[in-house]
Design a protein around this ligand. Structure first.
Ligand code: ATP
Length: 281
């Protein structure tokens, strides 16, 4: 449903280039897009949204090339949340709902009203007079209001308190259940992804580190913890990344053939562990 094939973006500012990124997202799956600050997450979402043009490669959405000619057909089926609200501040959700109703072929007024209730937002209050978190909730209600088959969200959970974040994850799961949509969202809040994502796509400095299912990721990455004494039998180059002090050693590895010291602890790596240790290579 969404295919990125060797996508590159050069801003020609010498600092950053998105290089040959390829991954797929099928309908019915949730993918978390993760990576350190400046790794290219927003660039990818902007490329898919056609806000910026790739310098190389191809993006296909619903089997169509992501070109201006196909823009209307594609956008009708995309629900989006940008990291900053793009709507005029003097509008409110009531007016935006009306605009969406006229813009999208599958606007669902009843569900839109339900989301407004569920997210506890005010329909008549101007966006500019709402808190940052509530502005984000407004974007979320709009993104999910028109039965889009692809949902793209750039940091939708930033600025939301932990209770609302949990509610958002529940809403995304319900939305997937109702519509069988594919959902791609970027986040720094990796714990949100542990429970709901099927795939993780990890970027670092414009390069794709991996795009894997959660199961593959859990199989591949493990954490080893042991005392510094026990760690003497380890070969540090077997680890993707590690940290140690005079007492303990903790590292991320993927090679199942390493000799595990007796009494060392081996556990599944969390998404945060993977990001942290791959970044310490
Ligand atoms: N219009 C632009 N012109 C030049 N460079 C840009 C432009 N937009 C983004 N960049 C650069 O591209 C790089 C990637 O930025 P991007 O916003 O895609 O990263 P990100 O992973 O979303 O970061 P964050 O987690 O901080 O939101 C950064 O170095 C940024 O400065």
């Amino acid at each position: 449903m969404l295919e990125l094939i060797n996508v590159s973006k050069d801003y020609y500012d010498f600092e950053f280039e998105l290089k040959n990124v390829s991954f797929n997202l099928d309908e019915g799956y949730i993918m978390g897009l993760i990576g350190p600050n400046g790794s290219g997450k927003t660039t990818i979402i902007n490329l898919i949204m056609n806000v910026i043009k790739p310098t190389g490669g191809k993006i296909k959405i619903f089997g169509l090339d992501n070109t201006i000619e196909n823009n209307v057909a594609i956008k009708d089926n995309i629900g989006f949340v940008f990291d900053k609200s793009i709507y005029p501040e003097k509008l409110n959700l009531d007016k935006l709902g009306y605009i969406y109703k006229n813009l999208y072929s599958n606007f669902d007024e009843k569900y839109f009203e339900e989301l407004i209730k569920q997210l506890n937002i005010q329909k008549l209050k101007k966006l500019g007079e709402q808190s940052k978190g509530n502005q984000m909730k407004c974007q979320i209600a709009l993104a999910l209001s028109h039965n889009a088959k692809l949902i793209l969200m750039d940091e939708p959970a930033s600025g939301l308190d932990p209770i609302v974040r949990r509610e958002l994850m529940k809403i995304l799961l319900e939305y997937r259940e109702r519509t069988n949509a594919g959902i791609l969202f970027s986040t720094h809040l990796t714990e949100d992804l542990e429970n709901i994502s099927d795939y993780i796509t990890f970027l670092d400095n414009g390069k794709l580190v991996f795009s894997k299912s959660i199961e593959e990721m859990r199989d591949e990455y493990k954490i080893l913890k042991c005392t510094i004494e026990q760690s003497k039998s380890l070969n540090e180059s077997d680890f993707f990344g590690f940290e140690k002090n005079e007492y303990y050693f903790k590292g991320l590895f993927g090679n199942k053939n390493i000799l595990i010291p007796e009494d060392a602890i081996v556990e599944n790596a969390s998404i945060q562990d993977i990001m942290y240790y791959l970044n310490r290579k």
